[in-house]
Ligand binder design. Sequence first.
Ligand SMILES: [Zn+2]
Length: 263
Amino acid sequence: MRIHALTTGTARLKHAFLHAKTGPRRQLDLFLPGPWSEPLPIHCWAIEHDGRLVLVDTGETATARDIPFCRFDVTREHELPRALEKVGLALADVDTVVLTHLHGDHVDGAVHVREPVLVHKAELAFAHSLRSRFFQRVLRQPMPTGVEYQTFVLDGGPFGAFAASRPLTDDGRIVAVATPGHTPGHISVVCVDDDGRHVLLAGDATDTLEQLHARRPDAIAPKPAVSIETMDAILAHGRSHPTVFLPSHDPESVARLESRITL
Ligand SMILES: [Zn+2]
């Protein structure tokens, strides 16, 4: 198995997002002036395994609009086709695409994908909810058009410390696991590498490893307590299996992948 980190540009997040307060200020501060982070990567992942090429997330596109708490730097050159070429892969070789969740920086690149895109059923329902459609509209973050979704449910039982899962390959070495919080239907993908370590492609379960250890939800999780439960599951999983934790926007994710640094 080979796991490649792809980078589809960068985003700067408001400090109020990464270091969210509790209570009413948690979301209010997102819309007030405040300091910004350095540019953070927008990663997605390509997994070569058993003659297959599996993509986890599709990254952002140059059409992304800034929002009050996130500023994008994404050009056409950063988008999925070129990001794959940079690691010696081609879009035409991709046979499975699965999304961690349906925010633009994870799904917008799906405009480049011809085959159906796998998405957790609960996540698609959330993206189509009134609440989500309201925010998509006021923040001018429409869902990409022309993408064919194929929903799945997590009916494979628990996987380690994760309450629900579904294998994505016959050999069970690539597995979707429930990591709700950032969005209600958010999933992560566990890849069991050739040495038996669990490489956890964690989407936005947290933005950084620091946030995981601090058990600090971000500013937009609908129910912060659900985020904390997920962080506790990830930490518990890391105690029972060597686990490499790779959130999509952590500047340290690539180094942890390359050196297989575990929790
Ligand atoms: Zn994201």
